[in-house]
Design a protein around this ligand. Structure first.
Ligand code: ZN
Length: 244
């Protein structure tokens, strides 16, 4: 009886050891990600392209009214954004980007580096080249990518409800055809129009927390049928019907 019990215990211990060894091996193996793989833990004081890549992914977590600089320098603002990202996904919120944080980012991104719920195609219904705007095609596309990560944060904050985009990048000719202003941020690839649900006011109000300096919505001229989110040098929010 005792021998059998001992054997059972030993078996459990052996299985546990195997399981544990498996876990350790997995954690130690570099995650093969189709978009970008981080190879070191990032903390305050770090700098480099891997920091900038992280900043793009957490750009939707700058705090109310703020915008995170994508400068490749891991300062207090980046640490705070990482902490908010970690809190949003139920991770240990220490402001240090380690394996758990990177694994969550890997879960959230497609092989082309867009977040899983948004695509380059929906952020450019104008042409396939991203050319013809007020910045280079590469810059317009890069701006759209950052905006998609901000949208992913907005979507998650609104309870993972689907968000419908209706416009993103516009060339000069597409912008003229849409009746957009000559200074429209759509010409830079960093403006997005949203329709559908959640409500326009919910979108406009929540967007204030996710890195958008330009928010136009209900009550602002020509913005009763969509919410416009973009970036610019100084803050301009106006959605009077929503109390903004
Ligand atoms: Zn717009």
């Amino acid at each position: 009886m005792l021998r059998r019990a001992l054997r059972v215990v030993l078996t459990i211990v052996m299985f546990s050891t195997v399981a544990l060894a498996g876990t350790v091996a997995t954690a130690g193996t570099a995650h093969a990600d189709g978009c970008y793989t981080w190879n070191r833990t990032l903390n305050q004081g770090a700098s480099g392209e891997d920091v900038r890549q992280l900043q793009i992914r957490v750009s939707g977590y700058p705090g109310y009214g703020a915008v995170l600089a994508l400068d490749g320098e891991y300062g207090p603002a980046t640490a705070a954004a990482v902490r908010r990202f970690q809190q949003a996904y139920g991770l240990g919120a220490d402001g240090i980007a380690g394996q758990q944080t990177f694994n969550k980012i890997y879960d959230l991104q497609d092989n082309d580096c867009t977040p899983i719920h948004f695509t380059y195609a929906e952020l450019n219904r104008c042409n396939t080249t991203w050319a013809g705007g007020n910045v280079s095609a590469a810059q317009a596309r890069a701006n759209a990518l950052v905006n998609m990560w901000k949208l992913e944060a907005l979507r998650h904050a609104l309870g993972d409800r689907a968000i419908t985009t209706s416009s993103g990048f516009r060339s000069v000719s597409c912008n003229n055809a849409a009746g957009g202003s000559a200074t429209s941020r759509h010409l830079y690839g960093d403006a997005i129009d949203l329709t559908g649900t959640p409500s326009f006011c919910q979108l406009a109000q929540q967007a204030r927390n996710h890195g958008f300096r330009e928010i136009l919505g209900p009550g602002y001229p020509d913005h009763n049928d969509h919410v416009h989110l973009a970036n610019r040098s100084s803050q301009f929010w106006s959605a009077p019907s929503c109390g903004i």
